[in-house]
Design a protein around this ligand. Structure first.
Ligand SMILES: Nc1nc2c(c(=O)[nH]1)N[C@H]1C(S)=C(S)[C@@H](COP(=O)(O)O)O[C@H]1N2
Ligand SMILES: [Mo]
Length: 259
């Protein structure tokens, strides 16, 4: 089924006018109404409600059945961060772990694992595809990123959601080498985009990104940031790493890694 067509102008107007039945009543008709013109000037930046409406038409990645689960879900890239901070968090079973959410937000957050687990959860069985040529089907459980972002109240200027990770793959001279990733708001508010704390019904193990990793199911493996420590909301990506939006992007991979 095709998602409803929504023009950006119509969407902005809808966000400014309040949501409800406006989308169904047809943005084109709305855009011809005299009052519509008044909304355009103050409609800069999509409201969160408008983002959600837009995403209502976003296709889902395929989901699978328990019988489809891969017997072994391979671990790849970093499998054990070595930083003293991560090591001490790990030694405590991540009791002192906090997910920091900051940047262009109205309400910066610092969330414990217990708080994250107390949020509404989503469980999904999806296929992970690594550019290196292997795939695995796993069941992921976690908190929808949209819920966490809603708590942080993103400012209208936000364009990217950046994930800062605990592991260091080594950078060139003067570089941190810390793994990081970023996605846009379309993927950030997508219903299958979660911060997972469980794989196949078990607490996420260290090799798969404990205590918290991103699942952004319509993109390739390297976008699935493990060991997420901090989520930064931003409107630009230069100034971070080599400016391409991710550790592997900085080394030539595509930023949008759609499957
Ligand atoms: N922090 C961090 N996240 C990461 C990586 C990494 O090295 N560090 N590797 C990426 C790559 S290339 C893949 S394929 C997946 C592997 O996830 P898995 O270990 O759970 O299979 O994690 C991605 N996320
Ligand atoms: Mo990968």
């Amino acid at each position: 089924m095709m998602p409803p067509r929504v023009s950006r102008r119509g969407l902005i107007a809808t966000g400014a006018a309040g949501l409800g039945g406006l989308l169904l009543s047809g943005c084109d008709r709305l855009s011809r109404a005299p009052s519509f013109q008044n909304f355009i000037g103050r409609g800069e930046g999509l409201t969160m409600g408008a983002q959600r409406l837009l995403l209502a038409g976003q296709p889902l990645a395929p989901e699978f059945k328990p019988a489809d689960l891969s017997p072994v879900f391979r671990a790849n890239g970093s499998t054990l961060p070595t930083s003293p901070l991560y090591q001490s968090l790990m030694a405590d079973g991540f009791a002192d772990y906090r997910l920091v959410v900051d940047g262009l937000v109205g309400q910066p957050l610092s969330l414990s694992l217990a708080q994250l687990k107390a949020m509404p959860t989503r469980t999904q069985i999806t296929r992970h595809d690594c550019v290196e040529g292997w795939s695995a089907i796993g069941q992921w459980t976690g908190a929808p990123l949209a819920r966490i972002l809603a708590l942080a109240r993103p400012l209208a200027s936000v364009r990217y959601v950046i994930f800062h990770c605990a592991d260091n793959l080594g950078g060139g001279p003067g570089e941190s080498g810390l793994y990081y990733e970023s996605i846009d708001l379309f993927d950030a508010f997508h219903p299958q985009t979660i911060l997972a704390w469980a794989l196949n019904g078990q607490p996420l193990d260290v090799s798969h990104g404990a205590p918290l990793r991103l699942r952004v199911e319509r993109q390739l493996g390297y976008k699935q940031a493990k060991y997420v420590m901090r989520i930064e909301l931003a409107n630009r990506m230069d100034g971070l790493g080599r400016g391409k939006g991710g550790f592997w992007e900085d080394r030539g991979y595509a930023w949008y890694a759609g499957i």
